[in-house]
Design a protein around this ligand. Structure first.
Ligand SMILES: O=C(O)CCC(=O)C(=O)O
Ligand SMILES: [Fe+2]
Length: 156
């Protein structure tokens, strides 16, 4: 709507090259170059998931009040069929909640702790949404690195 809205968390974006920009909520993010620590984590998540990634969205939830609302990562730049998104979590544990589109009462909660890796694969983005709900009792910070493979860079 052409309005600036504060994100309820801090974000950064890294990718293989400048052509892999990332647009969401109407604003475009120019990728940073890979940082050595993030690259090491990327290699490990690639090993665990059996996928390869060329971009990463990093989220910093400063306290339990920072959150991420319901969404699915189904942008056409990742392709239209099945694809894999792998994430690594650090810091305070936060609940990652999946919710079925067919039955919104069908929810699955994964408490993601420090060092946990979560792999979303197949067509999960078409059939489920996910969120990181607010948790008033969590005072510590959490960082998640969500690795993705952009296959249609012309859509960036
Ligand atoms: O912080 C998380 O684990 C989830 C992040 C997420 O869903 C996203 O960046 O799209
Ligand atoms: Fe997501």
């Amino acid at each position: 709507m052409g309005r600036r809205v504060m994100q309820p968390r801090l974000v950064a974006y890294m990718a293989d090259h400048a052509g892999l920009s990332y647009t969401y909520s109407g604003s475009s993010m120019t990728p940073l170059t890979w940082n050595a620590a993030v690259l090491r984590i990327k290699e490990r998540v690639e090993e665990v998931s059996g996928a390869t990634f060329n971009s990463c969205l990093l989220n910093f939830y400063r306290t339990g009040m920072d959150h991420l609302s319901w969404h699915s990562d189904n942008e056409p730049l990742y392709g239209s069929g099945s694809y894999t998104i792998g994430s690594a979590s650090f810091g305070s544990a936060r609940d990652f909640v999946l919710r079925s589109n067919a039955d919104r009462s069908n929810k699955i909660t994964y408490p993601l702790g420090c060092g946990d890796v979560l792999v979303m694969k197949g067509t999960v983005q078409q059939h489920w949404m996910h969120s990181i709900p607010r948790r008033t009792r969590v005072s510590g910070g959490r960082i998640s690195l969500t690795f993705r493979q952009i296959v249609n860079p012309e859509l960036c």
